[in-house]
Design a protein around this ligand. Structure first.
Ligand SMILES: [Zn+2]
Length: 189
């Protein structure tokens, strides 16, 4: 099996509030023993121009009670399992799981028919309204009004659990604690 990541994305929190909300959830996870203390690693950060840069990121290894968050009762490969928290405007993609953006009116997939979707992504990065027009039927909607399959997340706060099958009960508990709905992205890096 290849690597897989589950990213819990908060699409509603503001950029200003994201660090505080990240710290609150990290404290909750740590208190439950699901993660250990922070360690610093070099990670990839995708900038607004689409390029990648190496940045220092805090990662959290599984804690003594990590199984409470896991779907399977088996030992994780500890060197590859960690939580990475992002507190900046980010498009959380499905990676090698691909991209599919479907019109909610005519169900036409957009990325095979043009590059307009890419412009809408860029506009979202820049913090502006990001209307996307269906290349087939002319339906216009913000990116949040399109059906993404696989799911993509757009937001200022993301919790990426690397190589960690999260249980649905854990995800529900996480969402309750956060107090806002989560977008759940399955990424194949
Ligand atoms: Zn359409």
């Amino acid at each position: 099996m290849g690597d897989f990541n589950t990213i819990l994305v908060d699409s509603e929190v503001s950029l200003d509030d994201a660090p505080h909300e990240a710290a609150r959830m990290i404290s909750w996870l740590h208190g439950r023993g699901i993660i250990g203390p922070a360690e610093v690693e070099q990670g990839d950060c995708r900038g607004p121009d689409g390029s990648y840069a190496k940045v220092a990121v805090n990662v959290y290894r599984p804690g003594p009670s990590f199984k409470e968050a896991s779907e399977y009762d088996e030992t994780l490969r500890l060197s590859h399992n960690y939580l990475e928290v992002t507190t900046q405007r980010t498009i959380f993609t499905a990676g090698d799981n691909g991209i599919g953006i479907y019109c909610t009116r005519c169900d036409t997939e957009q990325t095979r028919l043009g590059d307009e979707w890419n412009d809408a992504f860029q506009t979202w990065f820049d913090g502006h309204p990001e209307p996307l027009t269906c290349v087939r039927c002319g339906h216009v909607a913000q990116l949040s009004g399109w059906r993404f399959d696989p799911v993509f997340g757009f937001g200022n706060l993301g919790f990426r659990f690397n190589n960690w099958f999260l249980s649905s009960s854990f995800v529900q508990a996480f969402e309750r604690e956060l107090g806002r709905p989560l977008t759940i992205v399955h990424e194949h890096p």
